[in-house]
Design a protein around this ligand. Structure first.
Ligand code: FAD
Length: 329
């Protein structure tokens, strides 16, 4: 009786449920362009971890690798050192994150000029978040008020390649989705050549955002930010702050795995691989990975996307030569 009942529900699902097509095999699609994001290390041990991560990912010949800027400019020196070392000791093209928080325009401009002098041609220009303890963002009296102003300032300094942030689910401070999109369009109009998105877990959210960007006349690449989740609890905490929603299905997948790091990693790889393959099947051909300075998941997911190590000395599509042609000292 119970067999009949379960057969009935299986048949019911088969007859009425959605048909889901196979995803195309990676070999039938060109390998996508990748970029990787790192954060500057605080200790000697973390520095060793970061450089092991960089060396593991370097053969994948990413388009660029970026280094974050701590809240309120707290990592200014460490970001600069990491970017300079990437520039001088690797085949990679580094991009330096820079924020408007707690600095005058002159100070931000001086940091940008120092990057240009060091041969760094790519800046990820961001407003930054309010310093810890402050509820709302207050621009520095003599500083750039928001990312759009910084993009304009950088353009006046040199011919930087400029990336900006984008928010498929809306920035938490956005007045409306339309106002948020308008802010993005203004950053692009000010001179940014690409946007990198906040991470998201619902692929449809990003694809619909892309539709809205195109409808608003934004034609630069909107590169999806991919966050492989290994520490679900901390991703959930951070998501609440940055406005990325955590779907119930994701919560359920990590349910009961708090003490089981190995299974968490397997689940994380499966979730991220499914996400990037669905995006790739929808025509997305650039991905930015939030590596959290850990290489393994990013490497595995890149492999699934069809990206293979390049022979030493084979530059990626934009590096290392590209950023050094424009009159680097
Ligand atoms: C890819 C990426 C990398 C990041 N890296 C870093 C990093 O290295 N260091 C760091 O500190 N932070 C980083 N952040 C976080 C970022 O600094 C915060 O999200 C910040 O709150 C907004 O920065 P933004 O450059 O997007 O700001 P903006 O584009 O200037 O503004 C973001 C949104 O805020 C609203 N807004 C801004 N100004 C106004 C206004 N005057 N009136 C009304 N609404 C307004 C708009 O909705 C706008 O879209 C990153 C974010 C992303 C997506």
């Amino acid at each position: 009786m119970s067999t009949m009942a379960s057969l009935g529900s299986t048949l019911e699902r088969w007859l009425t449920g959605p048909r889901v097509a196979m995803l195309p095999s990676p070999s039938s699609l060109p390998p996508p362009q990748l970029s990787f994001e790192f954060f500057p290390p605080r200790t000697a041990k973390l520095e060793a971890d970061l450089w092991a991560c960089i060396r593991r990912l370097e053969p994948l010949a990413p388009r660029f690798v970026s280094v974050t800027y701590g809240a309120g400019g707290s990592t200014r020196a460490r970001t600069h050192e990491t970017v300079a070392r990437l520039r001088h000791e690797t085949s990679l093209t580094p991009a330096a994150h820079l924020t408007c928080v707690g600095a005058t325009r002159e100070e931000v401009d001086a940091v940008a000029r120092a990057y240009w002098q060091a041969g760094v041609r790519h800046i990820v220009a961001l407003r930054g978040d309010p310093p810890a303890g402050a509820a709302t963002y207050e621009p520095h009296p003599g500083g750039y008020a928001q990312a759009e102003d910084m993009v304009r300032g950088l353009r006046r300094i040199a011919a930087f390649d400029i990336s900006v942030g984008a928010y498929p689910e809306g920035h938490p401070a956005a007045l409306s989705p339309a106002a948020d999109l308008d802010f993005l369009r203004r950053k692009i109009d000010a001179g940014a050549s690409r946007a990198i998105t906040q991470y998201f877990f619902d692929t449809d959210v990003y694809l619909r955002f892309l539709d809205r960007c195109h409808a608003a006349g934004i034609s630069v690449p909107i590169v999806p930010g991919i966050m492989p989740v290994t520490n679900f609890a901390s991703v959930k905490r951070f998501s609440a702050l940055c406005g990325a929603s955590v779907p119930a299905w994701l919560e359920r997948l990590f349910d009961g795995l708090d003490e089981d790091a190995e299974t968490r990693r397997l689940v994380a790889a499966t979730v991220a691989a499914e996400q990037v393959r669905t995006l790739q099947a929808n025509g997305v051909d650039e991905f930015h990975f939030y590596t959290l300075n850990r290489p393994d998941l990013t490497y595995a997911i890149a492999h699934i996307l069809g990206v293979r190590p390049q022979a030493a000395g084979t530059p990626g599509p934009e590096g290392p030569g590209a950023d050094r042609q424009a009159g680097a000292p």
